[in-house]
Design a protein around this ligand. Structure first.
Ligand code: ADP
Length: 476
């Protein structure tokens, strides 16, 4: 309602209502809705989560590989240290056996065992290249081992060269040192192995948990986002369709009003022209030249006004429409979508006969008829207990598609029922009363008929027909 109308207490006029509705729709079309925002946020969150998971998984796998390599290294050290210990024990046993048996074969085996000792020592040396503490243990061990082997060597060359007690004491001491140092090496390697293996397991657990979470959450966020964006697009399309219809409706009302005005003005103009003819005849004999020339000018102006009105009528009648072959059920589909945007509390049922033939219509105009009838029904049902709307499409025996729209409103007011399709008949405050007359002109332009019946269940049933197109005509 305009400020002037509001202040003067006048009912809002139909143009202002349509303009206001257009402005509202234009605003809501351009405004960023929360569905749009959350839809995009969902898709973005899914993509980011997916990317983040890929990065974290990549880092985690790199760590796992590193820890696995370190665990393997620790395991190799552990094996080498065990082999070294075995080789040392074997060398000692062979030495003792030789001192007892003096069998030279044992000496050769002892030499082999000693060789193995130094070979394992060299391998350990390489394996512990980056471990200063481990290397220190190895250096001490090597020194003690050299001394231990030398001690055994003296026993082999001269079995009685040293006092047995001093010899045994040193041998046992060195053997103990050797064992302690190698055990320390093994313990360290074993601890490292366990630690790295635990790290691999921890990383694996983390990666699996993350992959599981992302595997569920990413598609979920993505799907929710896509769903919201699709719904936003659908309502955007519905809003645009409604805008288009309101626009067409405004133009139609304007055209219809202009046609009616032209028709109404034409009659007084014709009457005025006739009266002028009478006046001219009266003045022909006794009238002055001045009054005759004034009369002529009046006649010219009336002729001019009549020509303008005639041209206007011709222009309005020649309006071009865009007709195409349409399926009746698709036609009502858009109108139903629009209905949802007008009022979502309506209990709508549809009954559309299967395999309906096509109709040759101007899609927007027929939708305009449907929306007009639906809007009237919704407005009539305001304040009623029930808000039921039943839409049905059938094929009648005379090859006409019949659309029926039944509402549960109060029925037609008696003063309106008789002049239902006449223009400017309305019971609504601010209603212009041209909606149904436009519906009638659209339907009759398409070769159909529109009428209203009382609904046996209470309310009104509006029906209109459209000629069905023969299948042969479509194929041609
Ligand atoms: P407007 O909606 O501007 O009044 P219409 O030509 O569309 O103009 O409708 C004319 C009148 O017909 C309405 O004012 C209303 O009184 C009556 N009418 C139309 N449809 C219905 C309906 N479904 N139930 C009851 N009355 C209706």
């Amino acid at each position: 309602m305009s400020p002037e109308a509001a202040s003067s207490g006048e009912p809002p006029n139909v143009w202002e209502t349509a303009r206001g509705r257009m402005r509202q729709l234009e605003l809501s079309t351009s405004r960023m809705s929360s569905r749009w925002f959350f839809g995009n946020a969902g898709v973005l969150a899914a993509s980011l989560l997916f990317l983040l998971t890929a990065i974290v998984l990549g880092i985690s796998v790199a760590h796992m590989l590193d820890y696995a390599a370190k665990a393997e290294h620790a395991q190799t050290i552990l094996h080498e240290a065990s082999d070294l210990q075995n080789a040392i024990s074997e060398s000692a046993s062979l030495t003792r056996a030789f001192t007892l048996t003096r069998d030279n074969k044992l000496l050769r085996s002892r030499a082999q065992a000693n060789k193995a000792v130094w070979a394992h020592m060299a391998v350990l040396d390489t394996l512990l290249a980056d471990d200063s503490e481990g290397r220190q243990l190895l250096v001490q061990n090597r020194r003690n081992l050299a001394r231990r082997i030398a001690l055994y060597d003296t026993l082999i060359v001269a079995p009685n060269s040293s006092s047995p007690l001093a010899y045994e004491t040193e041998r046992l001491h060195l053997a103990h040192l050797n064992n302690t140092q190698i055990s320390a090496l093994r313990d360290r390697a074993s601890d490292d192995f366990k630690r790295y293996q635990n790290s691999v397991t921890d990383d694996m657990r983390l990666s699996m948990a993350l992959a599981l979470f992302s595997g569920i959450a990413s598609p979920l966020f993505g799907l929710i986002g896509i769903h919201l964006l699709r719904r936003e697009r659908q309502s955007q399309q519905a809003r645009e369709l409604q805008l288009e219809l309101i626009h067409v409706q405004r133009l139609a009302i304007m055209g219809e009003t202009a046609a009616m005005l032209a028709h109404e003005i034409n009659q007084p103009l014709t009457a005025a022209s006739n009266y002028l003819g009478v006046v001219r005849r009266l003045l022909e004999n006794e009238g002055s030249e001045t009054s005759k020339s004034v009369l002529e000018r009046v006649e010219q102006q009336i002729q001019r006004a009549a020509t303008i009105v005639r041209k206007l009528r011709r222009f309005i009648e020649k309006r071009e429409t865009e007709r195409g072959l349409e399926s009746p059920d698709i036609l009502v589909e858009d109108a139903i979508t629009l209905l949802g945007t007008i009022d979502s509390t309506i209990d709508l049922t549809t009954a559309i006969a299967p395999d309906l033939p096509l109709v040759l219509v101007d899609r927007v105009q027929v939708q305009q008829v449907l929306v007009n009838l639906m809007r009237n029904a919704i407005e009539a049902m305001q304040g009623c207990a029930q808000h039921k709307l039943a839409l049905s499409i059938t094929l009648s025996s005379n090859k006409m598609i019949e659309v029926a729209l039944a509402d549960s409103g109060p029925g037609l007011p008696p003063e309106v029922a008789l002049r239902l399709f006449q223009p400017f008949v309305s019971t609504k405050i601010g209603g212009m009363g041209v909606g149904l007359s436009i519906c009638q002109s659209i339907v009759s332009q398409h070769g159909g008929r529109i009428w209203a019946d009382a609904n046996p269940d209470g309310g009104t049933i509006f029906r209109f027909t459209l000629p069905a197109v023969e299948a042969r005509a479509v194929a041609a």
